[in-house]
Design a protein. Structure first.
Ligand code: NDP
Ligand code: 2IT
Length: 448
């Protein structure tokens, strides 16, 4: 759909003409640009200095070969990426995703989102993202280690504690970060906080594992309370059963909700008594097994093949925590028909544009991932601070900072939306507030 401003629309059309195959990236850019119309109209400097034309092009994108040897002695090759999108407000910062779906479009969409998300955290972090089409599923620890070492053997020359600080994302958890950190240290002969999400014995921050899921619930709670609602007594759907989903379940439950459905790539489970996040931890973090094995531990649960049906489960709150475009128009309509009060995004870009239109059109509360999942990178920023000062903060210290900052992000999004004439539109507020800090830094730094 055309954007209602000639300059913004022109930049978008130009981008769409240049990268027609990068559908995820174009979706993410369109979503941001269409909310920036009042900002561009209010301040002519952004157009004069072509801030939008510059912000949609990564400062640098590295693509490389990742050869490794599997357990059978066969030489395998994967593709590696690091997109360093914007460093106006700090060193590039963002996760690494290992998943067969990874390509330049996916990494560019994630890197683009990260610019605004990191800005919203209020910490000095630029935007970047990387990863590989390597599939960790079904690989032995030794294979994952050899892959991570090979990946870092190229990546190390492009990153650094004051240059670019990667972390985890889908398919990259503590195990992978450990192997990559070890290889970086070996290659550089220096110990720096070049990765976040590290283990607690070597510079990791307490609460980083829990951060994204907890922060999602802190954000959703603040947003709901501002609208006279809360998690108390509500049924909650949490899609996914990985890092974000597990700790979203734990915090939503602590806040009085009951998580009745969770999913993985193969299907979803339902249990009206509440799904025990500790069992999911055992299945997914320790055994790396399928979600349907939950029924072996908790026989009251039921399992349904296929993951998209999770949005038809009758509940009050939806927390998508799996992947991009997991809620399409049909799923959004099912959520609305079931009387859901809000959709708060834990994953990056889980709702398609059509789904967002349905959700907002029906008057549901809606928060975009770049605001409501910002706590992962926010805690990564706190890990960087602890590494720099050679100190470790307590769990409670980190957790209370996270809660305060996530509530602050909600307040900023709400205030910005109101200021630009769209009260209650947290999506617009997030995009505008995230944009303004970066754009003003770019203006101050001249054409670069
Ligand atoms: P994990 O790899 O730990 O977990 C991902 C979960 O989603 C798994 O249960 C996986 O199923 C499921 N899943 C993955 N792909 C699909 C798919 N195509 N269809 C259905 N289900 C799928 O990743 P994270 O929890 O770290 O990340 C989840 C989302 O949150 C991503 O969008 C990520 O970008 C975002 N995010 C992550 C942050 C972090 O700190 N980790 C921070 C902010 C956002 P299976 O178990 O079968 O693999
Ligand atoms: O999407 C994200 O914000 C992340 N995967 C976390 C990035 C980070 O640097 O901690």
């Amino acid at each position: 759909m055309a954007i209602n401003n000639a300059y913004l629309n022109g930049v978008y059309e130009d981008l769409a003409g240049r990268y027609p195959e990068q559908t995820e990236f174009l979706e993410a850019v369109h979503e941001v640009l269409e909310t920036l119309v009042p900002v561009i109209e209010a301040d002519p400097r952004y157009e004069q200095q072509n801030i939008i034309g510059r912000i949609v092009e990564p400062e640098r994108a590295v693509m490389f070969r990742v050869p490794w040897v599997d357990d059978a002695g066969k030489v395998q090759v994967n593709r590696g990426y690091r997109v360093q999108f914007n460093s106006a407000i700090g060193p590039y910062k963002g996760g690494l995703r290992f998943d067969p779906e990874v390509n330049l479009s996916v990494i560019k969409f994630l890197g683009f989102e990260q610019i605004f998300k990191n800005s919203l955290t209020t910490l000095p972090m630029g935007g970047g993202k990387g990863g590989s089409d390597f599939n960790p599923k079904g690989k032995s620890d030794a294979e994952v280690m050899r892959f991570c070492q090979s990946f870092m053997t190229e990546l190390f020359r492009h990153i650094g504690a004051d240059t670019d600080v990667p972390a985890g994302d889908k398919g990259v958890g503590g195990r992978e970060i450990g192997y990559m950190f070890g290889q970086y240290k070996r290659l550089k002969n220096e110990w720096t906080g070049v990765l976040t999400g590290k283990g607690l014995s070597y510079g990791g921050s307490l609460a980083r594992t829990e951060a994204t899921g907890y922060g999602l619930c802190y954000f959703a709670d603040a947003y709901m309370k501002d609208n006279g609602k809360s998690f108390e007594g509500k049924k909650v759907i949490v899609s996914g059963s990985g890092n974000v989903a597990i700790y979203a379940n734990q915090k939503a439950t602590q806040l009085g909700g009951t998580v009745i459905a969770m999913s993985d790539r193969s299907g979803y489970i339902v249990d009206e008594n509440g799904i025990d996040y500790k069992v999911i931890k055992v299945i997914k973090e320790q055994k790396r097994a399928a979600l349907k094995t939950y029924l072996d531990y908790v026989p009251t649960a039921t399992y349904v093949e296929g993951s998209t049906g999770i949005w038809t489960v009758k509940a009050d709150i939806a927390l998508p925590c799996a992947t991009q475009n997991e809620i399409n128009e049909e799923s959004a309509k099912a959520l609305v028909a079931n009387g859901v009060i809000g959709v708060f995004e834990g994953s990056n870009m889980p709702c398609t544009p059509e789904a967002i239109a349905v959700i907002k059109g029906a008057g549901l509360l809606y928060s975009p991932g770049k605001a409501s999942n910002a706590c992962g990178v926010l805690c990564s920023g706190l890990e960087m601070s602890q590494n720099s000062e050679r100190l470790s903060w307590s769990f409670d210290e980190v957790d209370s900072k996270m809660k305060g900052l996530m509530e602050g992000i909600y307040a900023t999004c709400a205030a910005t939306a109101a200021k630009y004439g769209m009260p209650g539109d947290i999506q617009a507020g997030a995009n505008i507030a995230g944009f303004l800090k970066v754009a003003d830094a770019m203006l101050a730094q001249g054409v670069c």
